[in-house]
Design a protein around this ligand. Structure first.
Ligand code: AVI
Length: 315
């Protein structure tokens, strides 16, 4: 099935649901990737800097916590540009550890770039990319005899609904052997005002990130969204730890999609849900680990305790 076909089907399903939604994975076309890079540099968006600080200051302690005595593999899900991981891999190379780095992504292009980029800075790194979707690749890893450290960083787990997050971690767990490790990056609950600002930046970059979804539908699905007739809105609920992001229809409007020869009505002030960005409490992290068959071996936080990289061991 082509990506384009999935996009069309997912948008139809999202716009036919009582609460309209767009799955957040569609943020990341080429323009969306570029805007996300800008988000990570925003003064308000502390997540990336907090996690980078953890790897810079505690990378050595993370590597100390690895119990592997023989050759092992580092399997990364959703590696992105690998900048955070690089610090960790560098430390492992410095200690002359015997390992292979296996970043996983659906796109061969992304992996090709990542590999070139990594080898430029870490020429002695042994890297073997895994191209394809998680559902196909993960099960094949279980039969490989090497102990493994899985990485799922950047608070990507926060973009799943709670039940989906559990199912996703369960799927990773099913592909692991007892004693394998999973390092999960999660954004922590904190002063709600700070979280609100991170998703409501003054320069409006997060708003552009969301509006880019409309541009993408115009371009790829032949839609005729008027970008001025929608506005970005996000809201943090500190009790649940949920940032929900939306596009608000500023007027009653009908949008036509030539890809499916269909129109959708948007009422005035109707919301399109675009993203959930979850913030976790320590208790929620312990529960998620426990319910998916792990125990929390060690936690690594930045100085302000905004973010955690939590190291879980498969029971
Ligand atoms: C990729 N993900 C963890 C980001 C987040 O914080 O939920 C995506 C993002 N959305 C708005 N700003 C950043």
């Amino acid at each position: 099935m082509s990506d384009q076909f999935n996009f069309k089907v997912d948008i139809e399903r999202g716009f036919e649901s009582p609460q309209k939604f767009i799955p957040s994975k569609y943020f990341y076309d080429a323009a969306g990737d570029r805007i996300f890079q800008q988000i990570m540099e925003l003064p308000e968006y502390y997540l990336t800097r907090s996690e980078a600080e953890i790897f810079e200051k505690k990378g050595g302690s993370i590597v100390d916590a690895l119990p592997f005595k023989e050759a092992f593999e580092v399997v990364e899900l959703g590696a992105g540009d690998g900048s955070k991981t690089k610090t960790l891999l560098q430390e492992m190379l410095r200690r002359e550890m015997d390992f292979v780095y296996r970043p996983m992504d659906i796109s061969r292009d992304v992996l090709g770039q990542l590999k070139a980029h990594m080898l430029e800075d870490l020429p002695t790194l042994s890297i073997d990319v895994l191209a394809g979707d998680y559902f196909h690749i993960l099960p094949s890893l279980k039969v490989d005899p090497h102990p493994k450290l899985f990485l799922f960083l950047g608070s990507n787990i926060g973009n799943f609904q709670p039940a989906e997050a559990e199912a996703f971690i369960q799927m990773i767990a099913n592909s692991m052997n007892s004693g394998d490790l999973l390092l999960v990056g999660m954004d922590l609950q904190k002063n709600p005002a700070l979280i609100e600002q991170a998703y409501n930046d003054k320069a409006g970059v997060t708003a552009d990130f969301n509006l880019n979804l409309l541009k993408r539908m115009n371009r790829e699905l032949g839609a005729n969204f008027n970008l001025d007739a929608f506005e970005f809105y996000s809201h943090y609920d500190p009790v649940r730890g949920f940032v929900n992001s939306y596009l608000v229809s500023l007027e009653k409007q009908i949008v036509y999609f030539s890809a499916m020869d269909k129109s959708f009505l948007f009422r005035k002030n109707e919301l399109i849900h675009t993203e959930l960005s979850r913030k976790f409490s320590g208790e929620q992290i312990d529960r998620l680990a426990f319910r998916t068959g792990f125990y929390v071996r060690k936690e690594f936080k930045d100085e302000k305790e905004y973010f955690v990289d939590s190291l879980w061991e498969k029971v």
